[in-house]
Design a protein around this ligand. Structure first.
Ligand SMILES: Nc1nc2c(ncn2[C@@H]2O[C@H](COP(=O)(O)OP(=O)(O)O)[C@@H](O)[C@H]2O)c(=O)[nH]1
Ligand SMILES: [Mg+2]
Length: 471
């Protein structure tokens, strides 16, 4: 009895401390998102390493607190949320500093790491007292795909199914969808078919395989439900076992235990527990947000992939346009005050292309950025490389010199190339016909764990995200 009371008290105390830190501006929850492979894991790993080394041999001149020597140090401390996996920082470093160096392994789902930053304030009074201040910084990694599910909250099962039916009129999608559209007996599914657990599990599995094929074969991101391809800890749960109803709809009200009614209930459970649950448990607690965008891979992949990325980004942005609907504000009351858009992997292009790359990013996020501004959120666009894997230089071809980047391919071959010109705007149809792009993936450079890693403008990101907190 006393034990439980003690535990409760300590939990309360903990909460109170957390609240005090927050009021004194000493706690910041910084969320990092972006579509799969946009560079979230690399970004967080690099950021933590840079912060840990900042006061020793930091390479962060664009971050005032570091340049002025006010940052005294940073260290990892246990993160505070027992239900969220801890970000696999050590594992990431292990890969980066291995021989040969490799990128951190892909992760799925949400993860978090906490840092304690100690700094000297610039505030004249507190500075005079020699005060050292502390900022607890939580970095939270979560898949941007989860934000794509937001519009589902406004749809019922019937409406969502209708939407998918329309998408399936696109021939490329219809071809991939054929395998899940017929029963094991080769017939279309009927709404009044009695529900069978095993049968539906297999159907959902085939639907999930279709979503994976859309992603892998067509390079699409706008996939719903988003959790089917990135289930996190919910793999195999019944609320991840349903499909849109793309067959003849039911006549009248379907029976409780019919296939149609069961799928409809699971759709509602998915919305409530996973979509709404994510916004309540995580999103509502974020103070600042970074959205990473890999603009280069879709430029390589072609017009369809680029259009899909553009649409996905627009949809991700809807989560930051709170004002549009009151229910949204009421339900989640988010408090984000700064939003940073990042064109990641800028080391894939030659330095004079960084300008066009930022410009392209600005065009991509333009509309959502306007909405965020309207909500009082400060926004910024940057092109950066969390971990620089190339050197800028010059190459020769046909007796002419050209700007080039140099590095090592993932397979270990030396590469020297001019990847191409980044369009400064959303590319037109004509651009796609003339385009000659070659954005190659590079292996990380051989680096020492005892030195800060090479990067491009990671310090500019830090200045935007933390500058005012370390005043
Ligand atoms: N050259 C370069 N490649 C990067 C950088 N960041 C990410 N990448 C590449 O993008 C891949 C996906 O990055 P990752 O951080 O795992 O993406 P996530 O799925 O968003 O966590 C990596 O395996 C790297 O190949 C960077 O700063 N420079
Ligand atoms: Mg990741």
């Amino acid at each position: 009895m006393i034990r439980t009371l003690e535990r409760k008290l300590s939990a309360l105390q903990h909460k109170a401390e957390d609240a005090v830190n927050r009021v004194r501006d000493r706690h910041l929850r910084l969320a990092v998102t972006g579509l799969s492979r946009s560079g979230k894991t690399a970004f967080i790993t690099a950021l933590v390493h840079q912060l840990e080394r900042a006061a020793i041999d930091g390479r962060l001149p664009l971050w005032d607190a570091a340049r002025q020597g006010r940052l005294l140090g940073a260290r990892r401390v246990p993160q505070q949320n027992p239900q969220i996996p801890t970000f696999a920082y050590e594992r990431g470093l292990g890969a980066l500093f291995a021989e040969p160096p490799a990128w951190p392994e892909a992760t799925r789902g949400v993860a978090e790491v906490r840092l304690e930053l100690r700094y000297r304030t610039r505030h004249p009074l507190r500075r005079h007292l020699g005060e050292v201040s502390t900022l607890y910084l939580d970095l939270v990694d979560y898949p941007g795909e989860w934000l794509l599910d937001l519009p589902l909250l406004a749809l019922n099962y019937h409406q969502w199914s209708q939407q998918v039916r329309e998408q399936l009129t696109r021939p490329a999608l219809a071809a991939l969808a054929a395998p899940w559209q017929l029963t094991e007996q080769g017939e279309p599914w009927r709404p009044d078919r009695p529900f069978d657990e095993g049968e539906v599990a297999r159907l959902a599995e085939r639907y999930t395989a279709y979503l994976h094929a859309c992603k892998d074969e067509l390079g699409l991101h706008l996939i719903q439900p988003g959790r089917f391809v990135l289930p996190g800890e919910y793999q195999g749960a019944p609320m991840l076992q349903f499909v849109p109803w793309v067959w003849d709809p039911p006549v009248g009200t379907p029976a409780e235990d019919s296939l149609y009614a069961t799928l409809g209930r699971r759709f509602e459970q998915y919305k409530q527990h996973l979509v709404q649950g994510f916004y309540e448990q995580h999103f509502a607690g974020f103070d600042r947000q970074i959205v990473l965008v890999d603009c280069l891979a879709p430029l390589n992949a072609g017009a369809e992939s680029f259009a899909d990325m553009q649409q996905s980004i627009a949809r991700i942005m809807e989560s930051f346009a709170y004002g549009k609907s009151n229910w949204w504000r009421r339900l989640f009351a988010p408090r984000i005050d700064k939003l940073l858009f990042v064109a990641s992997k800028a080391d894939h292009v030659t330095p004079e292309q960084h300008g066009p790359l930022v410009s392209l990013l600005q065009h991509l996020v333009q509309q959502g950025r306007g909405q965020a501004r309207f909500e009082g959120i400060t926004t910024e666009c940057l092109a950066l490389a969390s971990i620089k894997a190339t050197e800028a230089g010059r190459g020769m071809a046909g007796g002419r010199e050209f700007p080039a980047i140099k590095g090592t391919s993932l397979a270990g071959e030396p590469l020297l190339l001019f990847p191409g010109e980044v369009p400064a705007q959303i590319p037109s149809a004509g651009w796609w016909q003339g385009q000659q792009f070659d954005f190659q993936a590079f292996r990380p450079l051989a680096m020492s764990p005892h030195q800060a890693m090479p990067h491009i403008r990671l310090d500019a990101a830090l200045e935007f995200l933390l500058g005012d907190k370390l005043e």
